[in-house]
Design a protein around this ligand. Structure first.
Ligand code: SAM
Ligand code: SF4
Ligand code: SF4
Length: 341
């Protein structure tokens, strides 16, 4: 399928499907509040409804699907859904981003169903720091989940680490060593001012430059690997050949090549992580829109897309969190755990 360009010529290729807004962790940079307004259960799309929308996206050029959330492993029968996706020839890659807590229970079934890649979010190797960051004592379960994923055949595992000043910024070399030992690749992510990150401050962001300085001090000269795709991570090699990635969403945004669309569990479609509003595909679907009408809606919306949220944020002189707590409560769709990371 030929790619559908938006106003900046960016094709629609990647679809992130948030399959639930619920989560079993409370990461400080994502869900710092005591309580949340959840999506009504009746609004959450069935697998069949989601697939109707997936088919529309695929007809317009999407060939990669990533399951996310919330915590996607909290969605009942997720392997059944993976199998339904795997049966679609248009989809070249099916991936999952998970916090890993429930991975040991589900890795083998997901593999058997056709899941190809897993990214596990792992911010620390220290139990106390994990507990402080996520308000749960689940580090051991995450580590067991990583081992189970490898044992199930997910050999190119990625580990994503959000780096926050004063919390886990001293752990970068240890995380590189850990990933190497597991045959995985770690990617360090700059702390973003998105969604529920109400405690975000610019001085808590550890920049790509700082990360690279720390890793150079620990391991010696680092070499950048030339890029050949639209992936957000820049990849680097250590002198011993170990590779790692950096996602510099704050200091070096990659909006120019962004080919990602995000669909929430209740069918709201966002063309940017920072977008204030989305397109209500559930209303169209449940209102009886035909495939042709849905295709037209998605195509015209993408063709009109001019989002470059992270670049616009980077140009702001006094940057503060995107949304305050009250705005998030009034519009849960603004949350990262609803929108999918
Ligand atoms: N619960 C799953 C997980 O944590 O992997 C999937 C959903 S989570 C919203 C997806 C990704 O978004 C995670 O890797 C998480 O670290 C990242 N994320 C959430 N809030 C962030 C923030 N403020 N800055 C950078 N990354 C963030
Ligand atoms: Fe943490 Fe992911 Fe849950 Fe957000 S959705 S609180 S990043 S585990
Ligand atoms: Fe894409 Fe928006 Fe993120 Fe930029 S800020 S990379 S346009 S999702």
């Amino acid at each position: 399928m030929s790619a559908l360009p938006d106003r900046f010529g960016r094709p629609l290729r990647n679809l992130r499907l948030s399959v639930t807004d619920r989560c079993n962790l409370r990461c400080q940079y994502c869900m710092p509040e005591e309580d949340y307004v959840w999506l009504p259960k009746a609004d959450v799309l069935t697998f069949e409804e989601t697939l109707q929308l997936v088919d529309v996206f695929c007809a317009l050029g999407v060939d990669k699907v990533r399951l996310t959330g919330g915590e996607p492993l909290l969605r009942q029968e997720l392997p059944v859904f993976v199998r339904m996706l795997a049966d679609r020839p248009a989809i070249r890659e099916i991936a999952l981003t998970s916090n890993g807590v429930l991975l040991a229970e589900h890795a083998a079934a997901l593999r058997a169903a056709g899941l190809q890649r897993i990214t596990v979010s792992l911010d620390t190797l220290d139990r106390g720091t994990f507990q402080m960051l996520s308000r749960r004592d689940d580090l051991a379960r995450v580590l067991a989940g990583i081992d189970a994923a490898r044992a199930a055949g997910f050999t190119d595992l990625k580990l994503d680490t959000v780096v926050i000043d004063g919390i886990n910024d001293a752990e970068l070399p240890a995380l590189v060593d850990f990933a190497r030992g597991k045959g995985a690749e770690v990617r360090f992510i700059e702390y973003m001012d998105v969604g529920g990150a109400t405690h975000w401050r610019m001085d808590r962001v550890v920049s790509r430059e700082r990360m690279l300085q720390q890793l150079t001090a620990a391991f010696g000269p680092i070499r950048a690997i030339p890029r050949n795709d639209s992936a957000p991570a820049e990849r680097f090699t250590l002198p011993d050949g170990t590779t790692f990635g950096v996602i510099a969403s704050v200091t070096a945004p990659f909006c120019a090549t962004c080919d990602r669309a995000r669909l929430t569990a209740d069918g709201m479609w966002f063309t940017c992580l920072y977008a204030k509003a989305g397109t209500d595909l559930r209303a169209a679907l449940r209102g009886g829109a035909s495939v042709a009408e849905l295709t037209q809606l998605v195509a015209t919306t993408w063709a009109a897309r001019s989002d470059r949220g992270a670049e616009q944020r980077a140009a702001m002189p006094d940057r503060t969190p995107l949304a305050a707590r009250d705005a998030l409560r009034a519009s849960p769709h603004l949350e990262m755990h609803t929108r999918g990371g």
